[in-house]
Design a protein. Structure first.
Length: 325
């Protein structure tokens, strides 16, 4: 399906160096922000307490936040989940040890979260009939394991992508695609480090989704490159890549436009629960289009891809092949 067709190929590869310099600068800035500011990890990674409460009517979230803030608990995460009567409150480890919501064990001398204190302080301002339905503790060790598992998941996805592309196309395409994908991932993380947005498990899921989404766009362009090599023998390598990108522009606009429309809906109407998930997807989609077309393709060209890499030469039969003497 095409909304439009461009008759003349756009010379993308003529400006390949400019595009990649822009990408390199953006990449270096993202790495710098990660090194200097780091990620603002959520409770799943750092440890803390998750409290769920239910009310008879719609809960007053602002009242809960104000009560906790006055008590010195400055970083609570208060949001609805499921319905407007269900509330989830997340406290970081340092906030869970605040004297306003904790008690000291006489026997051990250790500070522990006090559910009754918390109910009096934070649940009552949320409205009538509010009661705690669940309290869950997440230890720092669990957070470290989640972070390690997340990094392992990223590594496995990258290795799988490289293996798939190397088998389907050629190793040069695998190298180009993984560089472009890492470019997308690092830039997403750079945005979260610069603005200190919360990095949670849902954001990690979005990053993994972007990896798959970005490689899909690369595969579409690479497929068209191989097809052009087969059908149009008179073109040079840059001309082949220009034709492949130009001929897939309509498909790119339809696919990414539809996806971004859905993600924007989540960003606007999804509430706090889906906000950073949708934000990570938005950044990933925008940079994924850029990297798949204007980063991966020039790298393939610079690695020296040729028609012989993708189109196997047909062996000509000898004149007496199969003759019986």
């Amino acid at each position: 399906m095409e909304f439009f067709r461009i008759k003349r190929d756009i010379p993308f590869m003529r400006h390949a160096l400019v595009f990649n310099v822009i990408s390199l600068v953006t990449f270096v800035l993202a790495v710098a922000f990660l090194a200097l500011r780091g990620l603002n990890f959520s409770i799943e990674f750092t440890g803390g307490v998750v409290i769920e409460a239910r009310y008879e009517q719609a809960a007053n979230l602002e009242g809960i936040r104000t009560a906790l803030d006055r008590a010195g608990v400055h970083e609570p995460q208060v949001q609805n989940f499921g319905t407007s009567r269900d509330v989830m409150i997340r406290l970081a480890l340092k906030d869970a040890n605040n004297p306003a919501v904790s008690r000291q064990d006489a026997a051990t001398g250790k500070t522990a979260f006090d559910q009754e204190k918390f109910a009096q302080l934070a649940i009552a301002p949320g409205g009538a009939g509010g009661k705690i339905t669940r309290v869950e503790f997440v230890g720092p060790q669990v957070g470290k394991e989640l972070a390690a598992d997340g990094a392992l998941a990223l590594l496995v996805v990258c290795v799988g992508i490289m293996a798939y592309l190397a088998m389907r196309f050629e190793w040069k395409f695998a190298v180009a695609a993984i560089i472009a994908n890492m470019h997308d991932v690092v830039i997403i993380l750079g945005f979260f480090a610069f603005f200190q947005w919360e990095f949670s498990l849902s954001v990690l899921a979005a990053v993994l989704a972007v990896l798959g989404y970005s490689v899909n766009e690369s595969v579409v362009v690479f497929d068209r490159v191989r097809e052009t090599f087969r059908k149009r023998r008179g073109l040079s390598v840059p001309e082949v890549i220009n034709h492949a990108i130009t001929s897939t522009i309509s498909r790119t606009i339809i696919t990414h436009g539809s996806t971004q429309l859905m993600v924007t809906s989540m960003l606007i109407f999804g509430g706090p629960t889906l906000h950073y998930f949708a934000l990570a997807l938005t950044i990933g989609i925008l940079f994924g289009i850029y990297s798949s077309v204007l980063v991966a393709s020039p790298i393939v060209m610079w690695l020296g891809v040729s028609r012989e890499d993708l189109v196997k030469p047909v062996k000509e039969k000898a004149a007496n092949d199969g003759a019986v003497v």
